[in-house]
Design a protein. Structure first.
Length: 162
């Protein structure tokens, strides 16, 4: 990182508006550190996704143990296939942001180490996708919480009328 030259803005005509962002040495350092942490978090996410996916295929054993311990458990209605699909869905939801972080890390490292502007654009695109996905998941969870609160209130009002 020490062999980079500071990029100076080119002088253009006074009438023309300049829309550019210059990457200073401080920003490069921050980007390089972000890429390291993003790689670490993505690898941890991949490991957890793999563990959840592997546990999805042990649903049969979980169901049989659960039926022996608690035969009236409502989770038994879901069945082994239901548990497998649910856990694979959770693994997939966890895998995507890890993949975006990994791709960001790879492109950001390339951008910083080789002063590659297209790689910086790719890195920022992957980071945008990561945050967009996290935002959508957050909205879905908040919507689910609101639905649950409304259902609890409806059941509470309905039971108080009886």
């Amino acid at each position: 990182m020490d062999n980079f030259e500071e990029i100076k803005p080119q002088h253009q005509e006074e009438e023309e508006e300049v829309n550019a962002i210059w990457v200073t040495e401080d920003v490069r350092s921050y980007l390089y550190d972000m890429a390291k942490w993003a790689r670490f978090l993505s690898i941890v996410g991949f490991v957890f996704s793999a563990m959840v996916a592997m546990s999805a295929f042990s649903a049969g054993a979980i169901i049989s143990t659960l039926s022996a311990v608690s035969p009236a458990n409502p989770l038994l209605k879901m069945g082994a296939a239901g548990f497998t699909i649910f856990y694979l869905l959770i693994a997939l939801i966890q895998f995507y942001p890890s993949l975006m972080l990994f791709k960001f890390s790879k492109a950001a490292n390339t951008a910083v180490l080789y002063a590659d502007q297209p790689s910086l654009g790719v890195a920022m695109g992957k980071l945008k996708s990561f945050f967009k996905f996290c935002g959508i998941i957050t909205m879905v969870v908040i919507g689910f919480y609101i639905m649950m609160i409304l259902m609890v209130l409806a059941v509470g009002v309905g039971s108080s009328m009886l």
